[in-house]
Design a protein around this ligand. Structure first.
Ligand SMILES: NC(=O)c1ccc[n+]([C@@H]2O[C@H](COP(=O)([O-])OP(=O)(O)OC[C@H]3O[C@@H](n4cnc5c(N)ncnc54)[C@H](O)[C@@H]3O)[C@@H](O)[C@H]2O)c1
Length: 381
């Protein structure tokens, strides 16, 4: 099979830039795809990053100026993983250069920055622009997506989704850009973790029309690189309670993003309770799906089953083996390339990456959450 090569540039070669590049290096894991990405250029403002890329991607060009990548006619698409205060400027430049973009969340440091990215998207309809969010590509999460599509839940009782970390419990952990409001943004943990939590609810139109937010800044200062205590003004934890209007009824939705959830390491979960069916998946038990089918008058019993490696895009890995974070990145990237090559209607499977319009909804929600916290009351979204 002659595969179509999609030549990518990466802007921001830090933690996520390397994850993304590494996924391209194991594209051979994926079966039967007629397209293959090739990472041919890297931009990072820190040249210390270059060595890892040059060692592992022979022939890659490196630069400290992203314009160098945007001027190259052979580069068709960009993956961009940089601090939030740069999203608007760089994402706009990428789109205006006519390059397809897979950008990292939150897609703008605030609502104004997000709107300015969306203006560029509207002005360049031929450019495919999507936002990264990989956890819904876990097989257990995909089973939940299909259960929602099959309308099995009956009347929805409530939905809870969250994303938890715990590293910030350590007050000695040094401050970095993600804990500084000027680089990470006023959203704090919501900007960092919120898009992941919202991806599935937003995809099914479960958008709260009002929200009450509890935001906490638990560790208010941290040592900087010189050991000096520095104010840490970003929100550590956020719990949002909202109400979603459905046909003829409303249901509560609880969305939580926490950097300080003791003991948790990258725990992403979704739990949907309904009158006919309930289901729950968490990356804490990455193989397991919990379900509870209910017939009136019958027993209410949670069933726990292993889902194995049942991915959106078939892979060489046997179906009994475990799925993990790098697998989710690979599947997400396959979905982005599939949409780029085949268009939404002809994708090989139906689950597509987060759209710019979905990022705009997330910004509306986070902005309302900040307002709710300031006023101490529920706010219309
Ligand atoms: N999808 C996920 O699971 C996930 C996880 C973590 C972070 N993220 C997102 O990815 C993005 C980056 O986060 P990260 O954890 O990779 O951060 P990071 O700090 O590890 O990497 C950011 C990189 O950007 C570079 N950079 C800074 N300014 C630049 C500029 N002007 N031009 C070029 N490069 C520049 C830095 O030198 C650094 O190497 C953020 O938007 C973050 O929210 C996503």
């Amino acid at each position: 099979m002659n595969r179509r090569e999609i030549r990518f540039g990466i802007i921001g070669g830090g933690m996520m830039g390397r994850e993304f590049a590494s996924a391209s290096a194991r594209w051979c894991h994926l079966l039967d795809l007629e397209f293959v990405p090739k990472v041919v250029g890297l931009c990072d403002s820190n040249p210390a990053i270059f060595n890892w890329f040059q060692l592992n991607f022979p022939g890659i060009s490196v630069t400290t100026s992203y314009q160098d990548l945007l001027e190259r006619p052979d580069i068709e698409a960009i993956y961009c993983a940089i601090p939030h205060h740069l999203h608007s400027r760089v994402y706009r430049a990428v789109i205006e250069a006519g390059k397809h973009l897979l950008g990292e969340k939150p897609f703008g440091i605030d609502s104004e920055a997000n709107q300015s990215i969306l203006e560029s998207v509207r002005a360049h309809p031929g450019v495919v622009v999507r936002c990264s969010s990989e956890f819904p590509f876990f097989p257990g999460a995909q089973r939940i997506v299909r259960l929602i599509q099959d309308d099995l839940f009956g009347r929805i009782i409530e939905v809870e989704a969250g994303f938890y970390h715990s590293g910030d419990l350590d007050p000695q952990k040094r401050i970095n850009w993600k804990r500084r409001i000027e680089y990470n943004g006023e959203y704090g943990c919501m900007g960092d973790l919120g898009m992941h939590v919202l991806h599935i609810p937003l995809r099914f139109g479960w958008i709260p029309d009002k929200v009450f937010a509890c935001l906490s800044n638990i560790v208010a200062s941290r040592p900087d690189e010189n050991g000096e205590e520095t104010p840490c003004r970003t929100w550590d934890n956020a719990t949002l309670a909202g109400e979603v209007p459905m046909d003829g009824y409303r249901f509560p939705v609880f969305l939580s993003t926490k950097r300080i959830a003791p003991g948790e390491m990258n725990t992403w979960f979704i739990r949907i309770l309904g009158t006919r069916f309930s289901a729950e998946f968490s990356t804490k038990w990455p193989k397991q799906l919990r379900t509870l089918p209910y017939t009136p008058g019958q027993a209410q019993t949670w069933h726990v089953g292993d889902v194995g490696h049942e991915s959106c895009y078939p892979v060489i890995t046997g179906g009994i083996f475990e799925f993990g974070f790098p697998d989710a990145i690979l599947q997400m990237w396959a979905a982005f390339c599939d949409e780029l090559v085949n268009g939404r209607e002809r994708m090989k499977q139906p689950f597509y990456c987060v759209t710019p319009a979905e990022t705009a909804l997330s910004h509306q929600l986070f902005t309302s959450a900040l307002e709710s916290h300031r006023r101490g009351t529920a706010i219309e979204v």
